[in-house]
Design a protein around this ligand. Sequence first.
Ligand SMILES: C[S@@+](CC[C@H](N)C(=O)[O-])C[C@H]1O[C@@H](n2cnc3c(N)ncnc32)[C@H](O)[C@@H]1O
Length: 735
Amino acid sequence: MADDLVQRKSREQLIKEHEMILTIHDAYFMHVANSSGPNQETKNVKLLSKNRISIANLKLNNVHTGKYLLCQVISKSIKRDALYTLIEDPEGDVERLALYNWAPRSSNSSEYISNALSTSEASKSLPMGTKLVIKKPYYTISTDYSAIIRSDNPGDVVIIDNNHNLLKETKWSTSCPEILTVDEFRLRGNKHFESNDFARAISVYSDGIKLDPNNITLLSNRAEAYLRLNQYKKALDDVENALRNDPLHPKVAFRKGKALCGLKRYSEACSVLRDLYDRMKEKTDHSSKLIMQNTEEFLAHVDMLYSENKIGKYDFVRILNEFMEKSKIKENDGSWACEMGPRLNHADFLHKDIEIRTTKEKGRGWFAKRDIPEKTLLMVSKAFEAVHVNEVSSGTHTDHLSKASRIAISAELLEKISRRLAEEPELCEEVYQLYAGPGTTTVKELDYESLRSVDVKRIMGIIQHNSFALTHVFCNLENKEENNLFSDDCGIGLWILPSFFNHSCVDRNVRWILIGDLMIVRSSRKISKDEELLSSYIEPYNKYEERSERLLKVNVKCQCRLCKLDRSDSSETKTKLKNLLKTFEAHKSQVYSDSADHLLENKLEEIVEGLCDLRKEDPDLEFQSLIPKSSLAILYAKNGNVHKSMALYKNIYNFAKKHHLRPLAHKYAFQISFCYGGIGQIERAKHWADTGLRDLLELIKGKIDNNAKWRKDAIFIAENFLPDIVFLARQINLI
Ligand SMILES: C[S@@+](CC[C@H](N)C(=O)[O-])C[C@H]1O[C@@H](n2cnc3c(N)ncnc32)[C@H](O)[C@@H]1O
């Protein structure tokens, strides 16, 4: 893993993260790579002060032979594949420590500790405050790409007592955490909460709750902290515990509504909130009025989520608006202006007439239970996790992601998913049901423990085979240069239900678009009962070599009509195709230059003809001329040959519509409109401008009614996403 992905974390951050892991009693770091462990040879290290190394001086990927680290344990421990804890050196620096093969005798048992232990058992073997000497410390990288001190040889780890000579000359800059009263825990937790440090707040409240398990304030405060971290199951557990002691507590009831909503239990959330609203309505004091107001507002939101989820009723234009607000970025560093970026708060939806079935050759896939009309909303799915390029690197995002950005984005997605599963183990099953690559055990074969543990290797496989490139709807709609058309990815994400669509390059019958982290899937044509629903992992206008290379990475050898035809091409055809595309590559940029002339026109015509000729037996599967045709249409218009330009645009428009290509059709409709405008045929120009607007709106909303409102919505979208086109269309009174 690249060194630039590895970070030394701050003391606060380390403590916070370690405590988070402790609270879930699960080892997030259970898959630390075993392959490159340190050298096991034991050569005694003399405990002289000159041999002592501090955490700050440890070098990454180094076994510090001849050195020792003096430290004390400052947290509880976890025992999984190794014993994990947090240590602090006399200088006050903190780091994570992994002790492999380390099997001290437990204080109350004669058994050696070798397997997984509960946090409290593990902590008994290495209590907080224990002073350790770690000889030859190995500083390495764990699977979450952050640093860790690792020791594989138990002989290198020595527990020293407080009278040890080494400690006599050593001053510790900090001491172990002190014991507080319940109220002190509450106040300290509140302080962390107020500074938005919810993980620490949870940890402190938890310590208080250990002392007083029924303390309503602590439970309620911890529930709110969990809510802020989107850990709804834990929030619900807390509020339910609190309500057991005070069933009518308004604040706790409100939090219960929020937790249920977060868990997508919308109707239960509605009933809790309605009940609370009715109770608060009766009261006259200020705080009850405030709760009533908040409940009313939140209830409206939950109602909306309920109808989205139940009947697929979405206000997509409003959602698009929300997306535009949330996708704004700060100019100085490229980070999101709004905290969560374009992560939208909307519900999932699944059409009742589709289901997952098992196929012979492709594993599981989506199938139609009944006939489904064209443009039916089949699914709306919120990303399980998504990572945008500006979240891993600062600076301006260009259309082409660099390899380093891609690695960083994938690493971040892995980290996010792992972290979320560590925090909410009940979600493991949902993620682990996804295909993780050949030979991976199915979710049914996993035992209870594995179903609640973070399996980094499995998650990597799942990301490899199921993640989608983030091609936000605004990327698709941007008025891009022709040669940038296919490079509009700006991150990756994982969506659960859409991951069950299998691929076909040319016979797909569903289309998805993204608004923020919402994936909206529609039928792109009529689908018959029992037909498999197929999506395209890669567009058919990409060359066969590119398609097959990309598909092989996810173990797909596509058997669609186009792939079969491409594979059956003679070597002569393949050479001709290669040469034609190469010639196009060499000439395409000239289309936009001042020197573009009739010679270039002839060249492009030759290329287009040549490409069409190669597929004259199967014109329906001739995709390669699409982009050259589009360049030629631009050139015709530039050279004043509007009729030829228009004819070519119509040809491309029909082809793009027929194959439901990545939403390009509306763009060509507008070009046709401008061509008509150019030759003074205003009625036709208006008709094609309307066609473009309709295509654009249908992309977002599906089939649209023929009422007057559609134009208003379509123009709103066009104004925001195709400003240049709208400007031009307005100049000649087309819209
Ligand atoms: C995103 S998953 C699709 C759901 C998957 N079939 C399952 O059972 O979970 C992608 C995997 O499905 C399989 N797959 C998808 N399309 C396929 C195709 N056209 N031919 C063969 N296998 C396909 C491949 O194993 C691929 O790695």
